[in-house]
Design a protein around this ligand. Structure first.
Ligand SMILES: CC(C)(COP(=O)(O)OP(=O)(O)OC[C@H]1O[C@@H](n2cnc3c(N)ncnc32)[C@H](O)[C@@H]1OP(=O)(O)O)[C@@H](O)C(=O)NCCC(=O)NCCS
Length: 217
């Protein structure tokens, strides 16, 4: 549950600087979004852009950004840059049956309070509201980097799934009901913590019929 002193709302232009600052903290090796890119997210799919706000200070605690895609337009191994049209979300397809979870980030000062979980719940309400049959994303594997010389990524993910190991990101996603699908290499351009690996993850909307029926509707 979201703690009482936080609330979730849609992204507003005044949030942009704070979001860029969070990006710089949590993805120190990646280029942060530009102001224009975040404005594009809001322009193409405003209802898919969520922020968590601390009520007293009005500080932005975290964000979850999504877009709709038809995943058959893409290859399974496509990196984040391709799936998000270089971070702009200009490939958002209003008829796409999959809600793609492009980004979930929580400011380090606000982590471990259930904000990530609440932001994930907000996107699932959206998927159900828009009658989308699933969400897809890819989980970073920041615990894998130090082990990558001695363990395959498959062995690592398997150990996390079985609860033998804990990963700072994948374990949170698994707790939130995502299903692991397959590891892919090079999803993010510069993620040495994850040895540049990520695990594709999926959540299927329990309200809907199988995909072929969804497409026929
Ligand atoms: C992954 C990330 C979004 C998780 O955000 P978060 O807000 O800390 O997530 P939650 O608080 O919902 O869950 C994290 C942990 O806090 C625990 N928790 C949840 N509510 C809690 C509460 N009220 N009090 C204490 N702990 C709580 C959860 O059980 C979970 O425990 P675990 O780490 O032992 O599994 C955050 O770590 C992050 O931004 N990481 C960097 C960016 C990144 O890699 N994003 C993912 C891209 S794929």
């Amino acid at each position: 549950m979201l703690p009482a002193n936080y609330f979730i709302r849609h992204l507003e232009p005044s949030d942009i600087e704070a979001i860029i600052a969070i990006c710089q903290l949590v993805y120190p090796n990646e280029r942060p979004y530009t102001r224009e890119e975040i404005e594009d997210h809001r322009r193409v799919f405003p209802q898919g852009q969520f922020v968590a706000v601390e009520s007293t200070s009005r500080a932005i605690a975290g964000a979850h950004f999504t877009l709709r895609l038809c995943m058959t337009d893409f290859h399974f191994d496509d990196p984040w840059d391709v799936l998000t049209a270089g971070g702009t979300f200009l490939d958002h397809d209003p008829a796409g049956p999959t809600l793609y979870g492009a980004d979930l980030m929580v400011h380090p000062l606000h982590q471990h309070h259930g904000i990530g979980h609440a932001l994930t719940e907000a996107t699932r309400f959206l998927a159900r509201d828009e009658h989308l049959w699933r969400m897809v994303g890819a989980s970073r594997l920041p615990g894998y980097g130090p082990l990558s010389a001695t363990e395959t990524v498959g062995q690592y993910v398997d150990a996390v799934v079985r609860g033998i190991r804990s990963d700072p990101v994948l374990s949170v996603h698994l707790k939130d009901g995502w299903t692991p699908v397959r590891p892919i290499h090079g999803y993010l351009q510069h993620d040495p913590e994850s040895a540049n690996w990520a695990e594709v993850i999926q959540w299927v909307n329990p309200d809907l019929d199988p995909p072929f029926k969804v497409r026929r509707k």
